[in-house]
Ligand binder design. Sequence first.
Ligand code: FES
Length: 392
Amino acid sequence: MKKDYLNSIPLEGFAQIIPRRRSIIERAPATMPQYEYNANVLAKNLHPSVQHVIVTDIVQLPNAKLYTLSPDAEKGTDKLAYFQPGQYISLDLKISGSRLTRPYSLCSLPSVKEYQIVVKDMKNGFASEYINRNFEIGTRVDISEPSGFFSYEPLRDAGHIVGIAGGSGIAPFVSMAKAIAEGLLDADMTLLYGCKTEEEILFKEELEELQKKCDRIKVVHVLSDETKEGYYHGFISKELIREFMQEDSSVFVCGSQGMYDYIRTQTEEMALPRRRVRFDAYGEYRLSERDEGQFVKGKQFELRVLTNDGETHVISARSDESILVAIERAGIKAPSKCRSGECGWCRTRLISGEVYTPVLTEHRRQYDQVAGYLHACCSFPLSDCTVTINCE
Ligand code: FES
């Protein structure tokens, strides 16, 4: 049978291919032709490794600033990468000897001409305080391509979204609302927006305008520290979520870590399937009571960092800060984007030592967990450690 099969193969055909290929190779030019394939050009436009931008407008909002970032043609960025409403960019910053990144959700309508981000005034917010004090019109900064999975996907999500936002977590929903109003996003959205007081509401007029302009958008304000006519009072509880849910709504949540803990319990008590509830990446994970007994308090460990260029850095790492923060604090530029375990950009190899990874940030592939890879942004040292990183 095998022999019959072999006999059936037209081997004379193969014999002709080889000399034909040889002659093509011999006739080929000595240098590679510089073709620009359309697919490559598109991929480069959608996923640039870095984008150079310049601050072209700053608007003061309640306890926050709205920045407009435009392409910096002088540094080689003519247009920005297109994005999906709900995605974020990561800013590349140098602050007192540290090289670090910070993710910010885009709040503008998808465009290649400009992006907008909101930076909240945060007490002890290392990067946000730096940005709001130092950024001015003309400031140049490098940013990542748009990233993240917090965007509407018609094949996966329901036609009605319940958006739950807290404070500056309103940013991705503003982008979504604008896209719905412009017909770029085919969905209805009810936005439950929680703030402490009326004064703290961001984009109040803009959201009202969008609501008036498009009947697919509804905004419900919820104030926790104030009782006022026209506003709901309290927290965004399961009762409130239920009031605005339709039979098959998808729930999108963006806010602080504390708010996520609360909303998670509410949606679990509502027995909503996990696929119907989506949480945005919230940036730096902060250890709390939930992690009690699983990390070491108030210790310094030795961290050996082996970089891809052959260097070994011996630095100190605090037990309550991530490996990524320790590396950045030492002025070493490590790759990172979301800072919450989701994107895998900070994936690194643990050669020796032990770390703690909070369960809420555990997005590693199973193979990585077994093979000793970690996401440096959400791994906290439990002992002296050695890791490898690809420096940028
Ligand atoms: S920076 Fe995204 S997983 Fe660490």
